[in-house]
Design a binder for this molecule. Structure first.
Ligand code: PRX
Length: 632
């Protein structure tokens, strides 16, 4: 059984062991899993190349840990509860036995379609149970899943399919989102016009939306399952074989495929799931994320299932049929542990208590947040009105690249502090550095957040481009993993994430690269150049402010803005649409031509002065012009 820390003293004791003897500590944790063959060596690492390997020589299949090992002890326990978009549609549940069978059946469908170990399979699916089933089916046969959030545009999808040369795309006909039915297959069809590697598109019929059909390439998921065996032996995987790729935004427009491997990811996500949320036998756990993001991978699918939990997957949105939907689901399924994003809390808070009051929320024991800093007001509202002042809140800081939760309190076990992620997980050695790379020791300090020792679920490389992994994460500060976040450590050693210090903007908890959004804007035929920055937004945390230089005079600003929104939506996806678009005659630049985002950020935030020394700019006069036209 995975260790579950039960007191603050035990936390300190375990933490100490985990840093004085990391290999011994993680070996003990790994012992609690099912391995086909035990590892020969726990860890080999250096952060220059970088090269990190955990449980070397160990053989396993993660699905044997998420499914097979539970069959005897909890075969009839519910593994997944699926809540549809429409509250009147029937809920679906899968016991561990049923889920095991479904995963095996779909694994056989993949095999029958020529999928082999190491092949990449792209997912572009809504939150239906088949998403989890198919993810596990890939893992069962050793195929590498690359899940793309189904809100991304056709061109963003095509880039991701091509980067990993995916052989197959899994999609649905459409997706129910609130009152709307959104086309899904049509986006895949558009993307697949430029994806030569795709041999098969397997479409799940969800909405019965009319779709185009490419004979020979397209197949219906349900038809493919007909008559297929529900027995499928799991592929033996090396601990360091790739489990999945997940794309995340970076400072260039090109997507970055973060690569995770089997053994370490399994051990770390299970360990953190049980400890952070203090999951106990029989608890009903609900994480509202989409499997398209890392949170869904680690804390809807792999972590909970490996821990033998009952995990809820929900298809819909928090605002449909009304703003009480989350709370209605909590009561309906007697949810004990609820994990969501600050942006959702703020959006629901803004609608008032009449949407909370009809529900008792009496089964809730633990609340969690993830994805962005939570402001104190939202934290207090969540604590009081959802947690009824009796539920601990875990503010979990982590990243796609870290694979699992890195800094967080352990629910009800270690102290919480509003707006603070608090303390590192066992095995995590965070450090704060100054711009020169010197470690800032002691408390009551601020700096760049880095990690100085490997942990089992960390990024191994970026797909097809190891140099990118090195230069983005391991180059800025020698011998350290750089998170890209600024961070404060308070007088008691608790960590508070301040926000990104690079070219990534977190909008509603989603990571967007400035370059990606700018490329989208620039695809408008009359745009000469653009720069985007984040600015504080009450609900979204940050929103995008775009400065755009147009070719010639803009006759109709409203129309041009609308056109820009459309191209961004088409090129990147609706989540990347700027909140504000200001037309400018130029952009403040350094003499070497680098856009001074620092100044643009200040203007977007409504500041009128304190821009520092601008005399060294290439075009200092432009600052005044940009400031004058600033949108309030
Ligand atoms: O800036 C931090 C912010 O989200 C970034 C990682 O984004 P992504 O890879 O999409 O993963 C999100 C889900 C794990 C981080 O670099 N972030 C994440 N969690 C928190 C946070 N910022 C403050 N507090 C958090 N709890």
């Amino acid at each position: 059984m995975t260790l579950q820390i039960k007191s603050i003293d035990q936390y300190h004791e375990v933490y100490k062991k985990s840093v004085t003897d990391p290999e011994g500590f993680w070996a003990e944790q790994a012992e609690t899993f099912t391995w086909r063959k035990k590892w020969d060596k726990v860890l080999e690492w250096e952060f220059d190349s970088p090269s990190v390997k955990w449980f070397l020589g160990g053989k396993l299949n993660i699905t044997e840990n998420c499914l097979d090992r539970h069959l005897e002890t909890r075969g009839d326990q519910t593994a997944i509860i699926w809540e549809p978009n429409d509250p009147s549609e029937a809920v679906k549940t899968y016991t561990y036995k049923q889920l095991h069978k479904e995963v095996c059946r779909f694994a056989n469908v993949l095999k029958k379609n020529g999928v082999q170990k190491g092949d990449r399979i792209c997912f572009y699916l809504p939150m239906i149970p088949e998403m989890a089933i198919a993810v596990l089916a890939c893992a069962r046969i050793g195929a590498i899943h690359s899940v793309v959030f189904a809100g991304f545009s056709a061109s963003a999808l095509a880039d991701r399919i091509n980067d990993a040369s995916c052989k197959m795309v899994l999609c649905s006909d459409g997706n129910y989102r609130g009152a709307k039915t959104v086309p899904v297959k049509a986006v895949v069809d558009e993307a697949c016009k430029s994806t030569p590697s795709v041999e098969t598109v397997l479409m799940y019929k969800r909405t019965e939306t009319k779709v185009e059909w490419v004979e020979g390439r397209d197949k219906v998921w349900q038809d493919e399952l007909e008559g297929v065996s529900d027995v499928c032996e799991a592929e033996e995987m090396d601990s360091e074989d790739t489990l999945f790729i997940l794309y995340t935004s970076g400072s260039t427009g090109k997507p970055k495929g973060v690569q995770h491997s089997c053994g370490g990811y399994m051990v770390y996500t299970t360990f953190t799931f049980k400890n952070v949320f203090q999951y106990n036998e029989g608890d009903i756990y609900w994480c509202t994320a989409d499997v398209g993001w890392i949170t869904g991978h680690s804390y809807i699918v792999y972590g909970p299932l490996s821990a033998g939990a009952t995990t809820i997957m929900s298809e819909g949105i928090p605002t449909y049929p009304d703003y009480g939907r989350f709370w209605q689901i909590c009561d309906k399924h007697k949810v004990n542990i609820f994990y969501t994003a600050p942006t959702a809390i703020r959006a629901l808070m803004a609608q008032g208590l009449q949407f909370v009051e009809p529900y008792s929320l009496s089964t809730l024991k633990v609340l969690g947040t993830v994805g962005e800093p939570i402001n104190e007001e939202a934290w207090r509202w969540y604590k009081k009105h959802i947690g009824k002042d009796k539920c601990p809140i875990v503010d979990t800081w982590w990243q796609t690249e870290t694979g699992g939760i890195m800094i967080s309190s352990l629910a009800g076990v270690t102290p919480e502090k509003p707006t603070f992620a608090t303390l590192p997980m066992p095995g995590i050695q965070p450090v704060l550095l100054n711009a020169e790379g010197t470690e800032i020791e002691g408390n009551d300090v601020e700096g760049f957040l880095c990690v100085k020792f490997p942990w089992p679920s960390m990024i191994r490389t970026t797909w097809g481009d190891h140099e990118r992994c090195r230069s983005v994460y391991f180059n800025r500060f020698k011998g350290k993993y750089f998170t890209g976040d600024g961070c404060r450590r308070d007088e008691n050693g608790m960590y508070r994430i301040i926000g990104r210090v690079d070219d990534v903007i977190i909008v509603s908890g989603h990571n967007l690269g400035t370059a990606e959004v700018e490329n989208g804007i620039n695809s408008h035929p009359n745009v000469v150049e653009s720069a985007v920055v984040g600015f504080p937004h009450q609900i979204k945390g940050n929103a995008i402010y775009a400065y755009v230089i147009m070719d010639g005079v803009v006759e109709d600003e409203a129309k041009t803005r609308q056109e820009i929104l459309e191209v961004v939506s088409k090129e990147v996806g609706p989540i990347a649409k700027p909140e504000k678009i200001q037309f400018v005659p130029g952009l403040p630049k350094t003499r070497s031509g680098k856009i001074m985002r620092r100044i643009l950020r200040k203007i977007a935030a409504g500041e009128k002065d304190n821009f520092g020394d601008i005399s060294t700019l290439l075009n200092p006069e432009i600052v005044e012009a940009v400031k004058e036209g600033a949108l309030g």
